[in-house]
Design a protein around this ligand. Structure first.
Ligand code: AMP
Ligand code: MG
Length: 422
């Protein structure tokens, strides 16, 4: 993006009322309707990856547990630091990581020290090996250094008694490492929740079948499989259920007996809703909403027996968009996560965007750096809700507020990335 293009922020106007439920209201209705799972289990550290911590972690040690050197060099007492001329110290021993120097260092003496090796008694400063002149045991140091240089202090990372991790925190590679640095071998995490999911539609075929007239492959069960697996829930894949009253009722009953949550795609749009609605009315309490968003207007949410129910739309892009916006924060709440909000950043948009006021758009975009190293976003092009290949090209949603209209290139837009570093 050329820096000289003036950047303006779009869509700062307040939202108007519509007969449809707006996105934020839908999110808060869903997240506040569910409860955090009560089940906990103790797992060994490696099995805790991506799990949600259930009990706080308090450190019982200092990290680092002793003062040590940040460099390969020479350790001595800062009293010996010369203010003008050089000072020559006598090397009296060595300290290696794992094999400390046991003696005490007096004025005029120093030790050779390696990165991570404990500081010896009487030393408080390290000069890197490249900055001294060494001749046998005579180590000459120059002025310009200061006390405590290159020393890692006891407990400067974590102190004995610190609360290090809070319940509700997801254990990513960094947390696993932090726990290991404390010598924690096992942690208490929330039990995984079980999610049963199935596709509905007479037109749907499995990937290993051939297509007949009027048939399409069931892609939603694969995007849902991927998103649910990445989230870290236990999956119960119930396959494709035909548009048949009895088959749907049986599937719902079976799912509600086995799972904490049920997720379906298709069958909640006008025309089909009555049919599914009847079944759901019989088995639980489910609301059928029209959400002021694009893609993904129809959505059903509630309870089937005791299981939380998400009736996602059928169109493949709508499934992914409604999963990310609604199912993800709601499932995270059930899983015990203490934060469920996805980050949104303001970025300049390189392309014009077409938008009709009335619904919040989750347009698919590509977020990347321009030649100046600034983040910019552009539309993937075709934005229809059946164009699933666009989700694969995209790495973010460009979120355009309900009352916003067309957007000119150069405007700042809200961007929600959906691909992380891993
Ligand atoms: P529906 O909400 O059932 O009317 O579905 C809306 C659109 O999404 C239709 O074009 C369906 O064929 C399509 N669709 C529904 N379920 C799936 C699925 N599992 N995989 C791919 N497309 C689907
Ligand atoms: Mg259908």
């Amino acid at each position: 993006m050329n820096k000289s293009i003036p950047i303006s922020s779009v869509c700062d106007t307040p939202q108007k009322k519509t007969p449809w439920l707006n996105v934020d209201d839908a999110i808060s209705r869903m997240t506040s309707a569910v409860k955090k799972t009560q089940g906990m289990e103790v797992v060994v550290l490696r099995d805790a990856l991506n799990r949600v911590l259930a009990k706080e972690i308090i450190s019982t040690i200092n990290v680092p547990p002793y003062a040590n050197s940040a460099m390969d060099g020479y350790a001595f007492n800062s009293i010996d630091l010369p203010s003008t001329d050089d000072n020559t110290l006598t090397m009296v021993g060595k300290s290696f990581a794992g094999i400390p120097f046991e003696g005490e260092i007096k004025t005029g003496e120093c030790i050779r020290i390696m990165t991570g090796a404990p500081m010896a008694t009487g030393t408080d400063t390290v000069i890197m090996q490249e900055q001294v002149h060494a001749e046998g045991n005579n180590i000459s140091i120059q002025s310009g250094h200061c006390k405590n240089e290159n020393v890692r202090h006891i407990g400067e990372d974590i102190k004995d008694g610190d609360i290090v991790l809070q319940p509700g925190q997801q254990l990513t590679p960094a947390e696993l490492g932090v726990l290991a640095s404390l010598g924690v071998a096992e942690v208490t995490v929330y039990e995984k929740i079980r999610v049963a999911f199935f596709s509905t539609g007479d037109e749907l075929r499995n990937v290993d079948e051939s297509l007949g007239k009027g048939q399409i492959y069931d892609s939603n069960r694969y995007t849902l499989f991927g998103m649910l697996t990445n989230l870290g829930v236990e999956l119960i894949d119930m396959g494709i259920i035909p548009d048949d009253r009895q088959a749907i009722e049986d599937a719902f009953i079976q799912a509600s007996k086995q799972a904490d949550a049920i997720m379906t795609s298709g069958g909640v749009s006008v025309g089909e809703a009555d049919f599914v609605k009847e079944t759901l009315d019989k088995l639980g309490k489910v609301d059928f909403w029209k959400i002021a968003m694009k893609p993904g207007k129809p959505l059903a949410f509630g309870f089937v027996n005791d299981a939380v129910f998400f009736g996602l739309p059928g169109n493949p892009v709508s499934v992914m968009a409604t999963f990310y916006q609604f199912a993800l924060p709601t499932l995270k709440t059930m899983m015990g996560f203490n934060t469920t909000k996805a980050p949104v950043v303001k970025v300049a948009c390189k392309t014009n965007l077409r938008k009709t006021p009335g619904r919040t758009d989750f347009q698919r975009g590509i977020l990347q750096s321009n030649e100046q190293g600034e983040l910019v976003v552009e539309s993937i092009g075709m934005q229809a809700s059946h164009v699933l290949s666009g989700m694969s090209k995209a790495n973010c949603f460009i979120i355009l507020a309900q009352d916003c209209g067309n957007v000119d290139a150069g405007s700042l837009v809200d961007v929600q990335p959906f691909r992380g570093l891993m």
